[in-house]
Ligand binder design. Structure first.
Ligand code: KDG
Length: 315
């Protein structure tokens, strides 16, 4: 039995070892990344079970992703090796032009991951699963990837599996903001758990005020709505509960991946029966931890270490 099924594109990240424009960077560090793969690893490291559905190329980077995921305890039985396309990669430029911010340069068009198709989504994956998780990245990758997500949504609903969506609108992947909203809103409306932020919510529903975002998404029937506010923490509503968590102060090395660690931690905490406030605080803590190093997954703690850091900040 797998608790969290995550579907998307796992990628190899080449993170600039030094800050500044990529034209001057000579050293890059290799990491396994990709939003939904990050969530699967986070859920697994925090002691819950996770599987990843996606495609990698028949190449060294594909091997790297598969063995990394396996090593992290993620179920890879639905990771397909596509002989006809390479594993997608991207580069991270750090601290330039905006200090403490990173940007991504993708080399993923026609990648194996973007060839994800409905036939990769097997009905058996949803038997006894608790949560399906995907982000707004995957439906933007290709028409077949969008169809794969729609099939996963459909199978999840039929099997009584809760749907978790992180809006994650990556502008370089969409032809226009209108198209992003048009494709994503019908998926978002089917979510039981929604992660978003003011920038994405502005695109989707024309709201950027956190309280109004919560109310608007609750108004369309989403049970749990979480608004990530970066260095300002996060706010959430779930059923009858509401919560607000402050972010901890850290020195930022690379913020990429923080949102996935946040979502993965929140899901793992909810699966473990934690209340909304504790789940939100832990998610915010892990999101902050991830920003202190390069790489999306390395700083995600084990569940034992999460308890240590949680007791430190909330004695
Ligand atoms: O959230 C981090 C991810 O954005 C990163 O690992 C790359 O999945 C990625 C993407 O498509 O942007």
């Amino acid at each position: 039995m797998v608790e969290v099924i995550s579907i998307g594109e796992a990628l190899i990240q080449f993170n600039a070892v030094t800050k500044g424009p990529l034209r001057h960077v000579t050293l890059f560090e290799k990491h396994v990344a990709g939003a939904e793969a990050n969530v699967a690893v986070c859920v697994s490291r925090l002691g819950r079970s996770a599987a990843f559905i996606g495609r990698v190329g028949n190449d060294e980077f594909g091997e790297c992703i598969k063995s990394w995921l396996r090593g992290e305890g993620v179920d890879t039985r639905w990771v397909k090796t596509d002989p006809d396309a390479p594993t997608g990669i991207y580069f991270v430029q750090r601290g330039y032009p905006i200090p403490n911010r990173s940007s991504m340069v993708y080399y993923r068009r026609m990648s194996a991951g973007s060839r994800l198709s409905p036939e990769d989504v097997k009905e058996e994956a949803f038997v006894d699963a608790k949560i399906l998780h995907f982000t707004g990245i995957t439906p933007a990758l290709s028409p077949t990837a969008k169809e794969a997500v729609l099939r996963a949504l459909d199978l999840a609903k039929k099997a009584g599996v809760k749907v978790s969506v992180d809006t994650n609108i990556r502008l370089p992947l969409w032809p226009s903001l209108e198209e992003a909203a048009k494709v994503l809103m019908p998926m978002v409306e089917k979510a039981d758990i929604l992660f978003t932020d003011p920038t994405d919510a502005e695109i989707l529903i024309g709201e950027s005020d956190p309280d109004k975002i919560l109310t608007a998404f609750r108004g369309i029937g989403i049970d749990t709505v979480v608004v990530k506010l970066g260095e300002k923490g996060a706010v959430a509503l779930s059923g009858e509960e509401s919560a607000k968590a402050e972010a901890i102060q850290v020195t930022v090395e690379d913020p990429i991946g923080a949102g996935d660690a946040f979502a993965g931690t929140f899901l793992a905490c909810r699966l473990a029966g934690r209340n909304l406030l504790e789940s939100l605080r832990k998610a915010t803590l892990v999101g902050s931890l991830v920003t202190t190093v390069r790489g999306d997954q390395e700083m995600i703690p084990t569940h034992r270490d999460l308890d240590v850091v949680y007791r430190y900040y909330y004695p």
